[in-house]
Design a protein. Structure first.
Length: 252
């Protein structure tokens, strides 16, 4: 399974909880509805983009679900059949774009990455042997530290179940540095003032750079064209840049 940037990569058992009264898979989702994952680190940006798109020709009604227990390709397919014509917040590995079967990707609206985070200015090339590095389980930094991409580096790897736990280990000085999904840092800093002085720098490992896009059914290209047309107008207005700037990782 390719690495995902979110904390859980186990198949979700959410389908039954999302069926509302009278819901029918055969009827298909309304074309004006977009799914947003409240557990996603990019949720705030996704929600602001949806609110803005209505002014640029693509009014969408959000359908919010909680994918914190894990999401699978099958679950995304279920959402596209029964709940939403678009599913925002989907992470696309720049080295391996791979949407779920039957679904396609819109143009990306955000470029982000895993980053090195520390309490003081620190870069990957200045890490010293024996340093304690906090990472999330089953993320690209985890695979890097255990040698899945080649020789394992000479650091002490501390594994945590969530990106929040990784950042807590860093802030509480249980780790010298952390390798974290940048949108998770943005979300964590919003509610933890003590983390706002953390230093971020590029992380140069495989599968570190990602784009965020929306999923849609391959048979509904008109939906994608409407979304992308409105997104282009939002981008030309300068408003998209303001929304995604905190999450962006263009260099490194």
């Amino acid at each position: 399974m390719r690495p995902r940037p979110f904390d859980a990569i186990i198949a979700a058992a959410l389908a039954l909880s999302l069926h509302g009264p009278g819901a029918s898979a055969a009827a298909g989702p309304p074309s004006s509805r977009v799914c947003l994952d409240s557990s996603s680190p990019s949720f705030a940006a996704d929600r602001r983009i949806v609110a803005s798109l209505a002014r640029f020709g693509d009014p969408l009604t959000p359908f919010v679900f909680d994918g914190g227990s894990g999401v699978s390709d099958r679950f995304f397919q279920y959402l596209s059949r029964t709940k939403c014509a678009l599913i925002m917040g989907f992470p696309v590995d720049l080295t391996d774009p791979d949407p779920p079967d039957g679904l396609a990707l819109t143009k990306a609206y955000l470029t982000t990455a895993y980053v090195l985070v520390a309490r003081t200015p620190l870069r990957q090339e200045t890490l010293r042997p024996g340093m304690r590095i906090a990472v999330g389980m089953a993320t690209p930094p985890h695979f890097y530290l255990v040698g899945a991409f080649g020789k394992a580096p000479n650091y002490i790897a501390d594994m945590y179940q969530s990106q929040e736990e990784v950042l807590q280990a860093l802030v509480s000085r249980r780790a010298d540095a952390a390798m974290v999904w940048e949108p998770s840092v943005v979300r964590y800093q919003a509610t933890h003032p003590e983390a706002r002085g953390l230093h971020l720098s590029p992380l140069r490992i495989q599968h570190a750079r990602w784009r965020i896009a929306a999923l849609y059914r391959q048979t509904d290209s008109a939906q994608a064209r409407r979304f992308e047309s409105a997104l282009n107008r939002l981008e030309r207005s300068g408003q998209l840049e303001l929304i995604v700037k905190p999450y962006e990782r263009e260099n490194g």
